[in-house]
Structures are given as structure tokens and as C-alpha cells.
Ligand binder design. Structure first.
Ligand SMILES: Cc1cc2nc3c(=O)[nH]c(=O)nc-3n(C[C@H](O)[C@H](O)[C@H](O)COP(=O)(O)OP(=O)(O)OC[C@H]3O[C@@H](n4cnc5c(N)ncnc54)[C@H](O)[C@@H]3O)c2cc1C
Length: 399
């Protein structure tokens, strides 16, 4: 491990986001030698996130939901229909926090280091190295010098634009994705900072939604994501959204960001001989909400455990590594698939249809559909309460 030009390890993880840090930590906890590399100086910075996470997501990452990792306790999700009517969701599933994502991701990476994983920052992966169709390492650059990492297994946890995925010959990109714009606003006077707001309808964000996730009564992430039906850039929709809400009129913009959420679901192929993908690089987000921290943490854990076992057994074949995507598919993969079907169904709803839906839908229904849980039975129940127009739209999904 001394030669800077060529570094050997059992497992190399690319990316120190939630999926990568969790994978690195799990490999190390299983007693296998692991390095994780991150192109930025500090994991967690910069932030491309609305910073919402459930209590279970935080705990499953091994972090306590306490400051400074969390900023604001959230007890309610309020969904705004296009006509302004609201549905309030208060359930254990929506109890969560607005994170300090910079500190949260940094803490995840520190946990991996404490477990024995070696972090190399300001180290940017350039491509995988393949020999006889097997991934045997990664070319990277640090301080202007090229480094060749040689590893038995590479885990690509380098986000939606993953160079590891693209250079390995797996999918170039996703069939469907959400383009987001977001401001962190301060100087607010929010009535109840424990409420996360979701504004749905083409008038706000075609194919997606707008959100207000408070970090305190004075600060909130205000953003939105649009899909293929949009007619102008997401930032223009955001400016309209903010300009039309008197609460934001005198706000100060603290941070501008945005980003992409791949929402078409988990890619068909996320392992090769010597290679695994985890997190956004594999498309492992819940499509309706665009939430990928929790699923990324779980994917990282599964990928890390399977990688460690495979190294110990001396079998790094795609067949052996497939234990990971098969395991992920059982719970998370199904949620992601079902959630995407609901998103496709909602694409057919006009803003008037969404207003009607908001009148007949129950809290439990919204939770189920948004999270991709019990989707089919929820829709069957919904049909019984729906007017004809909605019945037709919902039935098309159930076919
Ligand atoms: C605007 C927006 C708002 C969102 N809000 C939420 C939310 O509120 N809640 C939620 O759960 N999810 C949210 N998401 C989704 C969530 O941020 C992602 O799903 C999550 O970060 C995925 O984790 P990851 O570890 O797979 O990837 P990432 O968090 O993207 O981490 C990838 C890491 O790899 C590094 N990297 C990339 N390329 C290289 C390279 N070549 N070499 C070395 N390192 C590299 C990056 O710097 C980064 O640190 C949001 C996304 C967007 C865009």
C-alpha cells in the first residue's frame, strides 16, 4: 500500500456519500481491507439535498438523531393539492428530521474510518480498469498525479452520474430522472417548522413536486423537481414558486443548489465480475419522493457485506455478487418499482384530477403510495371511492 502510483486493497469503494460510507464501513466491520475514495476534500460537502430523513433512516445509518446531525424535528407532512386544499399526514413513517447533511455524511464517513476503512479525499476516479472482462481496479487522480488502484472488488457509490457505472459498460444513464433546483432560505418566520410541505401539480412542478423542508422557524430548504413534461428550466419554476408565496418575500438566499434524482428505478444490471454499484449510481431511490438516503444506506450495507463475504470466499464473480441485488430487490427494489408505477400513473392526472384525488384520499393511502408500500391494494381501495374519471386512470395502472 506504499506506492502512490499503484495501491492495492481488497475492496475499493468510490464515493463517500451515504451508500459509499456505509459500504466501506460494513466491509471493514467484516474484517476485510477497504479503501474509500472521495473527490471532494470533505465527505458531505457540497450538499445537493433537501435534507429530509426519517428517524429509522438516521438510526439505520448508526447516527443518533441529535444535533448537530439533525436541525429540525418533523412530525407532519402536509400535501398541498393544486387548488390549495391540504392533506396532513402524521404517522410514525413521517416522523423524521431535517438533517445537517454536511455533518451527517461526514459522520457516516467517520464511522467507516473508525471501523478500519481508509479514506482518501480529493481523489477522483477516472475509470474502471478491466482485464479479460473482469473489473480489477480503478484509475484515479489525486493532486494532479494518476493513481492506479488494484482491488478484488470495486463498489461504485459515486452518485447518479457515476463514472464507475459508465466506464464499466453498464448503463450510461437512466430512462427517467427529476431535475431539481433549491434555495436554502433564511430570515423566515414559519408558523410551524415541524411541518414538511409537498406542493403537487403541474402549476408548481410538472412531473414532480415543490417542497418546503424547515431547518428551523427561520430557515428552510425550498426547492422543486420537474420531469420530462416541463416547459422551462427548474430554476424558473422555483423563482415563480418562491415569488408567489408571501412567506418567502423578504427571505435571504443562503445557498443555491439543485441536482438530479434518477427515478426510473434500479438498473437491471448492477453487478459485473469484480464490480458492484450502490445508491444513486444504481438508481436506488424512491421515485415519488426522490428520497435516496435511507435506501442508499441499506444498499451500502448489503453491498458491503456481500463484498466482504465474496473476498473471503475468493469468488468475486458476478454470480456470487448477485446475492446483493437479489437481496435488495426483495424489499427496497419492490418499493422502488411500485413507487415508479404510481409516478407514471400520476403523470396522467391533470391538476383538476389531483384536486379530486386530494378530496377522496386518506392519510394511509398517501403514505402507502408515496412510499411504494401496499400499492396495489391501496389503489383497489381508492377505486371504490373514486369518481369515474379517476377510476379509469387508476385502473390503467392496475392492469
Ligand atoms: C435537490 C435534491 C434533494 C434531495 N432531497 C432528498 C431528501 O430530502 N431526502 C433523501 O432521502 N434524499 C434526497 N435526495 C436524494 C439523495 O440526495 C441521494 O439519493 C443520496 O445522496 C444518494 O446517496 P449516494 O451515496 O448514492 O450518492 P451521493 O450522495 O451522490 O454520493 C456520491 C459521492 O461520490 C462522490 N463522487 C462522485 N464522483 C466521484 C468520482 N469520480 N471520484 C470520487 N468520488 C466521486 C461525490 O462527491 C459524492 O460524495 C435529494 C436529491 C436532490 C438532487
Amino acid at each position: 500500500m506504499l506506492d502512490m502510483q499503484r495501491i492495492q486493497c481488497d475492496v475499493l469503494v468510490v464515493g463517500a456519500g451515504p451508500a459509499g460510507s456505509m459500504a466501506a464501513r460494513t466491509v471493514a466491520e467484516n474484517g476485510v481491507d477497504v479503501i474509500f475514495i472521495e473527490e471532494h476534500p470533505v465527505p458531505g460537502t457540497p450538499v445537493y439535498c433537501a435534507e429530509g430523513l426519517s428517524v429509522s433512516g438516521i438510526l439505520n445509518g448508526g447516527i443518533e438523531p441529535v444535533p448537530p446531525f439533525v436541525k429540525q424535528h418533523i412530525t407532519t407532512a402536509r400535501v398541498y393539492a393544486p387548488n390549495g386544499n391540504t392533506v396532513d399526514l402524521t404517522s410514525e413513517d413521517w416522523t423524521g428530521y431535517t438533517l445537517d447533511r454536511q455533518l451527517f455524511d461526514k459522520a457516516l464517513s467517520e464511522k467507516a474510518e473508525e471501523a478500519g476503512a481508509k479514506l482518501m479525499t480529493e481523489t477522483k476516479a477516472l475509470s474502471v480498469i478491466k482485464e479479460d472482462d473482469v473489473v480489477v481496479g480503478v484509475k484515479a487522480v489525486k493532486d494532479g498525479e494518476e493513481i492506479e488502484f488494484r482491488a478484488k472488488i470495486v463498489i461504485g457509490a459515486d452518485g447518479h452520474w457515476s463514472i464507475i457505472r459508465r466506464s464499466s459498460g453498464l448503463a450510461r444513464y437512466f430512462a427517467d430522472y427529476v431535475t431539481c433546483a433549491q434555495y436554502l432560505l433564511s430570515g423566515l418566520n414559519l408558523e410551524n417548522p415541524k411541518i414538511n410541505e409537498f406542493w403537487i401539480g403541474a402549476k408548481y412542478a410538472p412531473g414532480g413536486y415543490a417542497w418546503v423542508f424547515p431547518k428551523s422557524s427561520r430557515e428552510a430548504n425550498v426547492g422543486l423537481g420537474v420531469r420530462n413534461r416541463h416547459t422551462k428550466p427548474s430554476i424558473e419554476y422555483l423563482k415563480d414558486f418562491i415569488g408567489n408565496d408571501p412567506r418567502f418575500r423578504n427571505a435571504k438566499i443562503i445557498r443555491k443548489n439543485g441536482g438530479i434524482c434518477p427515478v426510473s428505478g434500479v438498473l437491471d444490471k448492477i453487478v459485473l465480475d469484480g464490480l458492484m454499484l450502490a445508491g444513486d449510481s444504481a438508481g436506488q431511490l424512491i421515485p415519488i419522493t426522490g428520497a435516496g438516503i435511507h435506501s442508499g444506506i441499506e444498499a451500502g450495507k448489503m453491498a458491503g457485506r456481500v463484498a466482504a463475504e465474496a473476498v473471503k470466499e475468493g469468488d468475486i464473480s458476478a454470480k456470487r455478487l448477485s446475492v446483493y441485488p437479489n437481496e435488495f430487490a426483495k424489499y427496497w427494489g419492490k418499493r422502488i418499482r411500485d413507487s415508479y408505477k404510481v409516478l407514471e400513473m400520476l403523470d396522467k392526472f391533470s391538476d383538476n384530477d389531483l384536486d379530486t384525488l386530494a378530496e377522496i384520499i386518506s392519510n394511509e393511502d398517501v403514505l402507502a403510495l408515496a412510499n411504494g408500500i401496499n400499492v396495489a391494494s391501496t389503489l383497489v381501495g381508492l377505486i371504490k371511492r373514486s369518481p369515474l374519471k379517476l377510476i379509469q386512470l387508476i385502473r390503467a395502472y392496475l392492469r
